[in-house]
Structures are given as C-alpha cells and as structure tokens.
Write a protein that binds this ligand. Structure first.
Ligand code: FES
Length: 83
C-alpha cells in the first residue's frame, strides 16, 4: 500500500512507497516552493515543485528537471507497520 503521510517534523514531509519512507524537505532549494504541495509521481519516483516545476527524484534527491538548484537531502527508512 502506498500512503502520503502527514509531516513528521518541522520543515519536512514523508512519502511512503512500497514499504520505504522518504523524508524530504518541505521547501524547494530553488526559491522555497512548497514541495509538500507538489505533484508526486510514484511510478517515476519524483516530486514536482508547484512554483517553477523543478522535478526531483524522491528516492535520491537528484534534480531531473527545472531551474538548476541542486539536489534534495533525503532520509530513507523502512516503514514499520503493526497489523
Ligand atoms: S521554487 Fe521550486 S522550482 Fe522554483
């Protein structure tokens, strides 16, 4: 199951996909667009900034499109769910 969860700490948000949790910065490194309001593509594993449409891989933080601004800092953990 894939879920997009609430913020877990100030300044970051979580994307959970296929049992892995990706913690990403809430703000884009370009001009602080709200990545947590961006479009998430689970197939491509990307998140798009709604302000100037930069696209980042949420599994590595690499920027794949948009105005040059560097990569995102991503923390990756395995999700632990209790059934
Ligand atoms: S603020 Fe995100 S691309 Fe400009």
């Amino acid at each position: 199951m894939t879920d997009i969860l609430d913020y877990k700490e100030e300044g970051t948000f979580i994307i959970e996909h296929e049992g892995v949790r990706y913690q990403l910065p809430r703000h884009c490194p370009h001009r602080s667009g709200r990545l947590d309001h961006g479009k998430i593509n689970l197939h491509a594993k990307t998140v798009s900034c709604p302000l100037h449409q930069s696209v980042f891989r949420f599994d590595s933080g690499e920027q794949v499109a948009g105005p040059s601004c560097g990569k995102l800092k991503v923390a990756i953990t395995t999700s632990t769910k209790c059934d």
